[in-house]
Design a protein around this ligand. Structure first.
Ligand SMILES: [Zn+2]
Length: 253
């Protein structure tokens, strides 16, 4: 008699883990390109010109990037709290970003969109195009502006972050994304940058102007800008980010 597998309808299968699920190394890194190598940063981090395939896109969220008072209470106290109160709900607001795997890096968060199959670059032009796509996907959310784009590396699960002596672990499993899904998103972003970024950063039910920051400054959300009914001005995408990012520090990240 054959045994039945009980698959739960509507529940997404978690993405397969990266090749090496555990790594004891201290401060080792994991490539999101080429062979997905894990090892010392000097070996794993490679220049853009050597990249022939892209396995994933990384979003870097650090605790010290934000104005504390603009985030939910306690959000910047730990990477887990940052995920639970701010980054997690934000990722869930879009079906593409909701598929990200999220790692606690021992200090901050890395959210990774893993491709179902690596994007192969046959020409330098394709690599350049995807370099721009990666930047666009990263900068739609308030991620570390200093984070590398296509050359970014993550920290492997199970490795130790020497800055905190904590282990890197997955706090939310992801599911795979397709190259087309990402490209379609970037096309949509080009047409409605303000609407999309506002969708992540503002209260979806009652958006108010991030510049005036008073509840009576209701905000009309247009595709490319906002319309503030309080201050009678038109906030841009940059105003949405300025509202949550702390002033950049002098060492430039
Ligand atoms: Zn305003």
């Amino acid at each position: 008699m054959s045994s039945l597998t009980h698959s739960q309808p509507g529940v997404q299968a978690p993405a397969p883990q990266p090749e090496t699920p555990s790594n004891e190394g201290v401060d080792s890194r994991e490539q999101l390109v080429n062979g997905g190598e894990i090892g010392p940063i000097g070996r794993v981090s490679i220049p853009e010109i050597m990249i022939t395939r892209l396995k994933g896109i990384m979003l870097d969220f650090d605790l010290d990037l934000y104005k504390k008072e603009k985030l939910p209470a306690g959000a910047t106290e730990s990477s887990v709290k940052l995920y639970e109160t701010f980054v997690g709900p934000m990722l869930q607001r879009h079906p593409l970003y909701a598929k990200a795997e999220v790692r606690d890096t021992g200090r901050g968060l890395h959210a990774i969109l893993w491709f179902d199959q690596p994007v192969e670059f046959k020409t330098p032009a394709e690599r350049e195009k995807w370099g721009a796509v990666v930047k666009a996907v990263q900068k739609t959310l308030p991620t570390d502006p200093a984070c590398a784009g296509i050359t970014a590396t993550t920290r492997p699960v199970g490795s130790t972050n020497s800055k905190t002596q904590r282990q890197v672990r997955i706090i939310k499993p992801g599911s795979m994304v397709t190259a087309d899904e990402v490209l379609n998103f970037v096309t949509e972003l080009r047409h409605k940058p303000f609407k999309i970024v506002a969708g992540f950063l503002l209260d979806p039910v009652a958006p108010y102007c991030p510049v005036c920051a008073t509840p009576d400054a209701r905000l009309g959300v247009m595709d490319k800008f906002g319309h503030c009914y309080g201050g009678k001005h038109k906030p841009k995408v940059g105003d949405l980010f300025d509202a949550v990012f702390a002033a950049p520090n002098k060492k430039g990240g």
